[in-house]
Write a protein that binds this ligand. Structure first.
Ligand SMILES: [Mn+2]
Length: 318
């Protein structure tokens, strides 16, 4: 499907639900809020349904009154659109909402996307789903206002690590240039999204750094986060975000891993790489997904067995 075909599907529908993935990141939130606003401007009835409340660093984004958090919400929609979501597992409990209609759209940039909707648009070359949504809104012929531009800017800036990852292209900069012309306050976004932290997060980072281990002549970095650490730091789930970059930034490290205890016997694994190792492939092998340089999965076991499995897989690809 191309974007024009996706748009004809959207135009035929009146009530539309937009779903970000679970533990939505800046790309998912920004893309959903921008697309939601654009569709409202076309007089569509829009609900953005997320699994969690928007994290502190994104709560300055212009929040639509269409935003709802209730994953058990049962409504009838003419169309459900999943954004930035690689597979149905990433829809969490909202799989019920997604499954409530035959008319479903999936717009994404994860190379591992399973094409789970009736209408799928996948562009693995796009740095962020926000880039695709920008194009979509332009083809829809909706004027991008400052609020929408800010949402899309956050989407693209977060997924490119502030334009530092190698998914950043000249097209990324062209899109961002157009967004900045619409009045995005670049300094404010940087301050709120990238340069602000909390005491709890810093405490958690302290505990996490103490678990740092390097393997294979310093090419693999592992950090472990237990529920005990999160509790001791009074930290939240979202405070774990970005800790994986601490390992990745170490000179000589190719791949960095954070293993976080989720519940008894279940561990969330975050993977990053620096130049060549395809961590998306590793995550996929464990039932997760993502990109070449950034991916994630959930593995059952105990901390040591999870670490060993991931380590063996990464070692093979080094
Ligand atoms: Mn994304």
């Amino acid at each position: 499907m191309n974007l024009v075909e996706i748009i004809s599907v959207i135009k035929d529908c009146n009530s539309i639900a937009i779903l970000p993935h679970v533990q939505a990141d800046g790309d998912a939130w920004g893309s959903c809020l921008a697309l939601g606003t654009a569709l409202k401007k076309l007089n569509k009835s829009v609900k953005i349904i997320s699994e969690e409340i928007i994290p502190r660093i994104y709560n300055f984004l212009p929040l639509e009154d269409s935003l709802i958090y209730d994953e058990n919400a049962h409504y009838h929609f003419d169309l459900v659109i999943a954004l930035d979501t690689g597979d149905t597992g990433r829809l969490g409990n909202r799989i019920k909402v997604f499954g409530s209609t035959e008319n479903t759209v999936n717009i994404d940039h994860h190379g591992t996307n399973t094409g789970f909707a009736r209408y799928n648009y996948l562009d693995a070359e796009a740095a962020a789903t926000g880039e695709i949504v920008y194009e979509l809104i332009n083809i829809l012929n909706v004027e991008i206002d400052t609020n929408m531009a800010t949402c899309l800017y956050v989407a693209i800036a977060t997924d490119t690590g502030c334009f530092k990852f190698n998914n950043t292209t000249s097209k990324t900069h062209e899109i961002v240039s157009a967004l900045v012309k619409k009045g995005v306050n670049v300094a404010e976004v940087a301050q709120r999204v990238f340069d602000s932290t909390t005491k709890e997060r810093v405490m958690l980072m302290g505990y996490a750094i103490n678990t740092l281990e390097l393997f294979e002549e310093g090419r693999l970095a592992f950090i472990s986060i237990t529920n005990e650490m999160i509790k001791a730091a009074s930290a939240k789930e979202e405070d774990c975000d970005g800790i994986v970059n601490i390992g990745r930034n170490i000179e000589g490290v190719e791949s960095s891993v954070v293993i976080r205890e989720k519940s008894q016997g279940e561990y969330k694994v975050n993977l990053r790489s620096k130049s060549y190792l395809d961590v998306g492939q590793v995550a996929f092998k464990f039932g997760g997904g993502g990109h070449k340089m950034a991916a994630g999965c959930t593995i059952k076991g105990d901390m040591d067995s999870v670490k060993k499995s991931v380590y063996e897989e990464l070692k093979r690809l080094l």
